[in-house]
Design a protein around this ligand. Structure first.
Ligand SMILES: Cc1cc2nc3c(=O)[nH]c(=O)nc-3n(C[C@H](O)[C@H](O)[C@H](O)COP(=O)(O)OP(=O)(O)OC[C@H]3O[C@@H](n4cnc5c(N)ncnc54)[C@H](O)[C@@H]3O)c2cc1C
Length: 294
């Protein structure tokens, strides 16, 4: 996929990305809000080593928060810490992400730390805990059901919380290519663990953001929510912009909270190729277009 011409990949990526500009993300979020759907806005970019770029990304997040507040959007923010140099200098990264959280909190908003590959897991959990201590109720983390360590991480977070009920976890399958010693590879095994993780969260006062487009998992989640009689303000569903809009609609129609991940920005290529790889039909379309266009 990385050898595909960028122009061609862009044609197929457009459905997954609000656009290259902040104003595009605002427009998409306004449309979602009008349908009764919340958003989490994400500025695209990761693994940054250049200080000037780090500065640019931070200013862009600050602008995004101000713009969201001014336009009274119903949204939160998602941040990838490697955009702020997590793997180079954890202290500096914490300071940058903290500045973003301070700005978000000043407008009563919520920031979620996305989870990246396994080089980042411990560091991102540590960053989350530090921010949670300072900004309780305003930060969340992501855990990946494909990782064998995830149940231990959940137990650790619950112990850290010590009964305060502040832990907020987006549970997803996981998107990175991890070694078999660390990650389940079998689809059914990942699904089983997803539901075990969710079960643990529901029983231990952790707010779950149930991030999936998998109908079986959504059915399983709703079954658990009903079994444990969990009230609707104690969890939410999340999906990616451009993926399974009909399924999204059916969940919204049931009256559940739905939040859509709305990515935007000039660094769209890596995110897009991950989405296109998840959708095998797209790869066929791209290859056809390579031959038929012009
Ligand atoms: C809101 C949100 C935030 C996320 N944050 C993270 C994160 O921080 N870290 C991380 O590692 N991963 C993250 N992910 C990605 C996640 O880990 C999965 O890779 C992704 O959601 C696909 O898994 P699935 O549960 O939808 O199941 P799948 O089995 O992959 O998909 C189920 C069905 O959904 C449809 N579908 C899924 N993807 C596509 C697509 N791209 N195009 C078209 N149809 C598709 C297909 O019909 C498929 O059969 C996030 C996902 C969501 C929804």
């Amino acid at each position: 996929m990385q050898y595909m011409p960028r122009n061609l990949v862009w044609i197929f990526s457009k459905r997954y990305i609000a656009g290259k500009e902040l104003s595009n993300a605002v427009t998409v979020t306004q449309k979602l809000n009008a349908q009764g759907v919340k958003a989490t806005m994400d500025l695209l970019g990761e693994f940054q080593t250049n200080e000037e770029m780090v500065h640019y990304y931070k200013q862009e997040y600050i602008r995004l928060i101000e713009e969201s507040a001014a336009k009274e959007l119903d949204n939160s923010f998602s941040v990838k810490p490697t955009m702020f140099g997590l793997l180079l200098d954890e202290g500096k990264c914490h300071a940058h992400v903290r500045d973003i959280v301070v700005k978000a909190v000043s407008h009563g908003r919520f920031v979620r730390i996305d989870m990246e590959d396994t080089q980042c897991t411990d560091r991102e959990l540590m960053l989350y805990k530090r921010l949670l201590e300072e900004f309780p109720g305003h930060v969340g983390i992501v855990l990946q059901a494909y990782l064998k360590r995830t149940m231990d991480d959940l137990k650790n977070l619950v112990a850290f919380d010590n009964g305060r009920g502040l832990i907020n976890v987006r549970i997803c399958k996981g998107i990175y290519n991890e070694p078999a010693e660390m990650a389940y590879k079998d689809r059914n095994e990942i699904n089983d663990h997803y539901l075990l993780d969710l079960d643990f969260m529901l029983r231990n006062n952790v707010y779950p953001a149930i991030a999936t487009h998998d109908k079986k998992l959504i059915r399983g989640a709703i079954h658990k929510i009903k079994t444990y009689n969990i009230s609707r303000d104690k969890f939410e569903f999340q999906m990616l912009y451009g993926v399974t809009p009909e399924l999204r609609k059916s969940i919204v129609e049931k009256g559940y909270t739905m939040r859509i991940y709305v990515p935007y920005g000039k660094d769209w290529f890596n995110y897009s190729t991950r989405r296109l790889k998840e959708n095998p039909r797209m790869v066929t379309h791209i290859i056809k277009a390579l031959f038929f266009r012009g």
